[in-house]
Design a protein. Structure first.
Length: 367
């Protein structure tokens, strides 16, 4: 299972620099002028997880495979993008395909770096982007309402139910309210209607406060304002310095740790984004550990053992018999599978077992 995070924001706020830093790809061009990014840049990035490294020290596998996350750097949006301003709204479809939105907001002063709106104002910037997402949702909903109206005339019960939701939602958005605040947001009816629409303001959003090095040490006025805004919306703010992150691209792990310590930062921007992104989507990892491969697998929380097995291969779920399970801490403390077995810490679990974060698992199946 993969997760996709779309990086959005106004032009020239550090999106592409952040993308370069997070993905280590250096594929996204970054420069001091608006609309530097024209086509969306995409990269598949391994999810850092120290537990996988610790498992590998014991198992000594031929290879390691981390969970992955997809990052998409989407062209800068401007006021009026939904109506064709700037590069137009064709890039909104790229956002629609992502699971989480990471909105990069410039939170530092530098007269040498231009701002498309002329001055630094994070809340204004956020409002511009979120208004464009709302306008795009209105447009998508109107098209869906037109379609459902035609279908419902033929006594299509499902279309009638979806039409009711769409019309209610249209009124809700028209009052400048994002989809995620809709009263029936968690209903099965809404989920069914939104399954292929993937309305933009229904997505989880995180704010990336792009600061300078000084801003990493303490929150400046821009970060404080952004955090107040985000807290009122139950959203996360991740503070990062895109330039510092980019400077660390070629550092090894020890060099990176030393630099972060010197800056007074506990985690890199990538680690924060992965952690918050997983949390927002209710995701976690379990592990398989053998001499050929130690691997992390991404699943939703509260997933049963057969469903977790299906992430490896659908046949594992179809022919599931049981799972051999060792808790991660027991696997490490007892120096691997043999020690865990001897200590009675390996369990046999059936179809109803709910997988825990960090479980080391081996599936028995028959097809």
């Amino acid at each position: 299972m993969g997760v996709s995070i779309g990086i959005v924001g106004l032009p020239n706020v550090g999106k592409s620099t952040t993308f370069n830093a997070l993905t280590k790809s250096q594929n996204a061009q970054s420069a001091n002028y608006p609309f530097c990014t024209i086509e969306p840049n995409k990269a598949i990035v391994p999810v850092p997880d120290f537990r996988l490294d610790e498992l590998a020290k014991i198992v000594k596998p031929q290879r390691m495979q981390y969970s992955t996350i997809d990052f998409v750097d989407i062209a800068g949006l401007v006021k009026g993008a939904s109506k064709g301003e700037g590069l137009g709204n064709k890039f909104l479809s790229n956002i629609r395909e992502t699971d989480v939105i990471l909105h990069i907001v410039r939170c530092f002063d530098d007269e040498n770096i231009t701002h498309v709106e002329g001055k630094i104002d994070p809340l204004r910037d956020v409002e511009i982007i979120e208004q464009e997402l709302l306008f795009a949702d209105l447009d998508s909903l109107q098209k869906r309402i037109d379609l459902l109206s035609r279908k419902s005339k033929g006594n299509d019960k499902e279309s009638k139910a979806h039409l009711e939701i769409a019309e209610e939602l249209m009124e809700h958005i028209a009052q400048n309210q994002p989809v995620y605040t809709y009263a029936r947001f968690d209903s099965d009816e809404f989920r069914a209607m939104n399954k292929d629409l993937r309305l933009l303001t229904s997505k989880e959003i995180m704010y990336g406060a792009n600061v300078d090095e000084e801003g990493l040490l303490s929150d400046n006025k821009y970060v404080q304002a952004l955090k107040e805004y985000a807290n009122a919306r139950n959203a996360e703010v991740i503070k990062l310095c895109a330039k510092v992150e980019e400077d660390m691209v070629d550092f090894d792990d020890e060099e990176k740790r030393e630099m972060l310590q010197d800056l007074g930062v506990a985690q890199s921007g990538l680690e924060q984004i992965i952690q918050k992104g997983f949390d927002k989507l209710g995701l976690m990892s379990y592990f398989t550990a053998g001499v050929k491969e130690v691997r992390s697998w991404t699943i939703h929380k509260n997933t049963t053992a057969p469903k977790a097995a299906a992430v490896i291969h659908n046949d594992f779920e179809k022919g599931f018999i049981r799972a051999e399970v060792i808790a991660y801490n027991d696997f490490i403390a007892l120096n691997g599978e043999s020690g865990a077995k001897e200590a009675g810490k390996m369990r046999l679990e059936g179809k109803e077992y709910i997988v825990n974060d960090g479980d080391v698992m081996h599936f028995r199946f028959n097809v």
